[in-house]
Design a binder for this molecule. Sequence first.
Ligand SMILES: N[C@@H](CCC(=O)N[C@@H](CS)C(=O)NCC(=O)O)C(=O)O
Length: 225
Amino acid sequence: MSQTQLYMAPGTCARVPSICLEEAGQDFETVLIRFMQGEHKSPDFKKLNPKGKVPTLVIDGEALTENVAIITYLNERFPEAQLMPEAADALARARQIADLCFCSATLHPIVTRIRMPHFFASEAAAQSIWEKGCSAMTEFFSLIENRLTDQPWWYGDQWSAMDAYLYWVFWRVEGADFDVTPFPRFKDHSKRMEERPAVQRAWQRERAAMAQLEAEGLTFKPPSR
Ligand SMILES: N[C@@H](CCC(=O)N[C@@H](CS)C(=O)NCC(=O)O)C(=O)O
């Protein structure tokens, strides 16, 4: 058995550490968590992650949660993968962490409102939550679109874990009817991501997990708005 397990579900933000581990060339096992069966809230899983969320990374027998923490840890542990650019000083490193927090703490909650508005409101109000989520996301997509002017990645020519995070955000809201046509550079960024062998390997893992859920009749489809 591999020394590293990534607890994940297909389509979730666990794609981000999956891409990072692939980029770092690490041997790891993906452990499928069946949301439809409430496995993420089971006592066994909550021993690893009391918050009942994916991703949860178990490395050398130790569990680590939260994407920002997982990415910064993997960056320290596998520096040759350059998951984060080199930082000249503490301020530069803190700014990179701020960028990752922008994904986890600002963008991700809006993603959830767009993808699963019914989590936050009655069925009757779901459309309004979705619209407000889209309008909040538009401001931040404009920021990202501007940042990608004349540069392929968030940090210029250097790919980083930040790009994996942005990729997941884009993919998730595009699939939830958010109009991405005003953001062609961000769309191109996604296409560049999908050309990366590590991203393709992460996708193979997700497809296998999705096929498993389908075979078990456990795929999740959010209710229509
Ligand atoms: N702050 C966490 C968020 C993790 C999170 O919300 N994961 C979602 C999937 S994208 C999840 O596990 N949802 C299950 C639930 O909340 O019931 C992180 O950045 O890792």
